[in-house]
Design a protein around this ligand. Structure first.
Ligand code: ADP
Ligand code: MG
Length: 202
């Protein structure tokens, strides 16, 4: 079972990973966007880690809801409200249970991803974070490692696509040939989840 501490460690692991990879995320966003994705998420996840340290929410749902709120209030770009919705909706779906199982997390994450699709209007194949998140959630039933692989493959598979949503879509055909920054950061978020589970021997 996964408790609040597991979810706090997932978020702090994600924050460290975003910190490490911020330069790469911004470089990807400079090719097909406005070169701020790394700094956007760095600001957001730094605020998430600080809020979690200060408030220490004691259920999985409360951890993700607080994290989502921080992302919405600190990230200026499109990705803030989208990632914020992902975490808030997932947290809400987990309710106020003190511990949740893997299946419950998979179902809750699916609700979160559905919330992102509703808010942003993107579907799989539009070259967005959805292209990493949907395969990850689909694979989560087979375990955390499978979800990580699926997210990474989904992110890589955005390279030949033409963007149909977000800033990159303004480039039309010129968006082809570059990996989507948001799909790349989504793969980092899922990898952080798998790392946290592996550290626990899940
Ligand atoms: P901005 O585009 O406002 O500068 P960021 O650079 O932080 O915001 O984030 C860009 C990423 O957000 C894109 O690479 C894409 O994955 C994701 N994104 C943008 N618009 C959408 C959308 N409508 N639905 C899902 N994801 C989106
Ligand atoms: Mg940007």
């Amino acid at each position: 079972m996964l408790d609040a501490d597991f979810f706090r460690r997932w978020m702090t692991t994600a924050a460290a990973s975003v910190d490490r990879e911020a330069g790469r995320l911004t470089a990807l966003d400079s090719a097909i966007g406005d070169a701020d994705h790394g700094s956007n998420l760095q600001r957001g996840f730094t605020a998430v880690a600080a809020a979690l340290a200060k408030e220490a929410p004691d259920t999985p749902g409360a951890v993700l809801t607080l994290a989502g709120r921080q992302l919405i209030s600190t990230v200026g770009g499109a990705s803030g409200p989208l990632y914020g919705t992902l975490l808030r909706r997932t947290g809400k779906a987990l309710g106020d249970a003190a511990e949740v199982g893997e299946e419950q997390l998979a179902a809750a994450l699916r609700e979160g991803v559905d919330g992102v699709m509703k808010l942003g209007g993107a579907a799989p194949g539009d070259k967005t974070m959805i292209d990493a998140l949907v395969p990850a959630v689909d694979a989560l039933g087979s375990g955390f490692a499978a979800a990580r692989t699926a997210a990474e493959e989904g992110a890589r598979a955005t390279t030949p696509l033409q963007a149909r949503k977000g800033r990159a879509s303004y480039l039309g055909e010129r968006s082809v040939g570059h990996q989507d920054p948001g799909a790349t950061s989504s793969a980092l978020l899922i990898a952080a989840l798998a790392d946290t589970a592996e550290a626990d021997g899940e």
